[in-house]
Design a binder for this molecule. Structure first.
Ligand code: FE2
Length: 258
């Protein structure tokens, strides 16, 4: 099977890098390298060789470790075709449906997930029956979604979230590009006050908790945009909305200025 090691980087941006690897073949792929030395240490301890570097998107905090890690490992650097000239050391293009690597029945496949930027990929770990996990970069976070300030579009993010991420099975694990639990839960309290599930969840939240999509569907105000709790609160805040998309866009706007 495919194994996953989340690597939290102790920076103000709270980035995550991930090692996705197989104990059977000894091969590993690094998603969004932030601190090459930290990643190499982990790979060494695991006894795996990094064959590829996978960038979810072109922003510097997701690609800053590319060149040093490539130099040390001779790994191939992959990214979205439209980010070719923005991703340091990029060698190969990945597109929707590509399989990055497979171990027995499991594989790591590529989704094209625009919104945070127009050249944003997500990676899904799957078997023939289901999707087991998703590396969502800056598209979906725990209890929140990505911003669209630097090269994105909230309308496109809405399409990606509603047509792709909301179709994921409840058991699918979420591996985001940053640990934003604290801030996102505070914003959730602000726009979705009547959520007993969240209150209960908060009391058992562990540092750097990896959550399932089923949990996220009950926590994330962007997923709960059809609830009375969210809609009544928007009305209270004197925000106008007319349909599903406009609730999402209003939440995104509020989060931008929050
Ligand atoms: Fe980003």
């Amino acid at each position: 099977m495919i194994e996953i090691l989340p690597i939290f980087t102790n920076s103000p941006l709270r980035n995550y890098s991930y090692l996705v690897y197989s104990n059977r073949t000894g091969e590993a792929y690094c998603i969004d390298p932030f601190d090459p030395k930290q990643i190499l240490n982990h790979a060494q301890k695991l006894g795996v060789k990094i064959k590829g570097i996978l960038n979810t998107h072109e922003h510097g905090d997701h690609t800053q470790g590319n060149l040093e890690l490539k130099e040390e490992t001779k790994a191939i650097v992959y990214g979205h075709k439209d980010a070719k000239h923005k991703i340091p050391g990029m060698d190969q293009v990945l597109k929707e449906g590509d399989i990055v690597f497979s171990v027995e029945e499991e594989s790591l496949a590529v989704w094209d997930t625009p919104g945070h930027t127009f050249s944003h990929l997500s990676f899904v770990r799957k078997n023939p029956n289901t999707i087991l996990g998703i590396f969502s970069g800056d598209t979906l976070f725990n209890a929140g979604v990505g911003n669209c300030f630097r090269g994105g579009d909230p309308n496109v993010l809405y399409e990606t979230i509603s047509s792709r991420f909301e179709t994921l099975p409840d058991s699918c694990l979420l591996y985001p590009g940053h640990d934003y639990w604290d801030n996102n839960l505070k914003f959730a309290e602000h726009v979705d006050p009547e959520n007993d599930f969240r209150n209960l969840f908060k009391s058992s939240l562990k540092p750097f908790q990896i959550s399932e999509m089923g949990t996220e569907k009950n926590l994330n105000p962007f997923f709960r945009r059809n609830t009375n709790s969210v809609k009544d609160r928007l009305t209270e805040l004197k925000e106008t909305y007319s349909n599903d998309r406009s609730v999402f866009l209003t939440l995104r706007k509020l989060r931008d200025h929050w």
